[in-house]
Design a protein around this ligand. Structure first.
Ligand SMILES: [Zn+2]
Ligand SMILES: [Zn+2]
Length: 345
């Protein structure tokens, strides 16, 4: 398996971000990212302007972020070449993206913050609909904003990664529930803008791109190397995102490259995002890059734990299984689900 590590949900100066795409790609290269997925608000202008492609060692792919007329239900659309109309409700754009062959992710699904009137929450409100490929399970910007109060804001601005605790309970629960029905891919997102913030007498940049590129990362696993051919590589990356063979990490607590989670029975294997029949017993295995606290989660419940570099668990119980890893109390790695099924096929 080849592993490519990138950052998803990036705003550039095509919407409310603060740097150009070539500059952002250069910053990503300086911290060893392999790919970037841009999602400026309601525009594919950067795609039309030819910014998609290899910027030296970083693959830049361009989608956009959709919102409804009330500025709720933000949705990331990738693998698309047209912007939907601005007056659509979420059920309509989710189905349009699917029909056009695109890839859609629910953005910051459960924002609830109320500390500043200027920064209202933008939650997802249409859980009744289906047709999305995945959800952001961990959004750096929204977790940071949720934790922000008038009292702690200076500390929060000065060390924006320190207080990240992990995905919210609500999001994880929702994600586990969805996966008991079908595959719903969980991605990490940084939602980076690098806003300037006036804190008299200084102007500080909240979350410079470089800082955020060293926080929530998405690691894609694929069975081939990227070829440096844009069309080919675009297909490979989007297919990896669709397949769910990926995990999310917070780089602040260590480089998670090398983490793996798989299931096996005799000569059959299943990777993250896949299913495997389990009635005759299946082995679930996880491998960690360094010693850490590892939990095996089945249908939303932690059912087994281990400390070290390996987790092994044999079971014949159907369900959606995933792994989460902590360093001390710090949330570090979240795998996607492997589904164990009762059926013989
Ligand atoms: Zn948004
Ligand atoms: Zn955004």
């Amino acid at each position: 398996m080849e592993e490519y590590v990138g950052a998803i949900h990036i705003h550039s100066n095509y919407s409310d971000g603060t740097k150009s795409i070539p500059d952002i790609a250069q910053i990503a290269q300086s911290v060893d990212l392999d790919f970037l997925l841009f999602a400026d608000h309601m525009t594919l202008k950067p795609l039309e302007d030819g910014h998609e492609g290899w910027h030296d060692k970083v693959l830049v792919l361009i989608g956009y972020e959709i919102q409804d007329p009330d500025n709720r239900n933000h949705y990331l659309a990738f693998d698309v070449d047209q912007v939907v109309s601005r007056d659509l409700a979420a059920p309509e754009y989710v189905s349009q993206i699917r029909k056009s062959g695109g890839l859609g992710f629910i953005a910051h699904p459960d924002e609830v913050r109320h500390a500043f009137d200027k920064y209202p929450p933008y939650p997802w409100t249409h859980w009744e609909i289906d047709g999305f490929d995945g959800i952001e399970i961990w959004n750096h910007m929204s977790e940071w904003m949720e934790g922000l109060t008038k009292k702690n804001r200076i500390k929060m601005i000065l060390s924006p990664r320190k207080l990240l605790k992990g995905p919210t309970k609500f999001t994880l629960q929702k994600w586990d529930q969805l996966n008991s029905q079908r595959r719903v891919v969980g991605i990490g997102a940084i939602d980076v803008h690098a806003y300037a913030y006036r804190l008299w007498p200084f102007t500080l940049t909240i979350f410079p791109y470089k800082v955020q590129f060293q926080s929530i990362r998405t690691h894609l696993l694929m069975d081939r190397l990227l070829s440096q051919d844009l069309e080919d590589d675009k297909r490979t990356v989007y297919n990896a995102l669709r397949s769910g063979n990926l995990f999310v990490s917070n780089y602040r607590w260590g480089d998670a490259r090398g983490f793996r989670f798989w299931a096996s029975h005799n000569d059959r294997w299943a990777y993250m995002g896949q299913s495997i029949p389990c009635l005759q017993g299946v082995d679930l295995l996880a491998r960690m890059p360094v010693d850490c606290q590892i939990y095996l989660v089945k249908d939303g419940q932690r059912i087994y734990q281990a400390f070290g570099r390996e987790l092994f668990h044999r079971t014949d119980l159907p369900g959606a299984y995933r792994v989460e890893a902590f360093r001390g109390k710090r949330a570090w790695i979240y795998s996607n689900h492997i589904r164990l099924t009762a059926s013989q096929e």
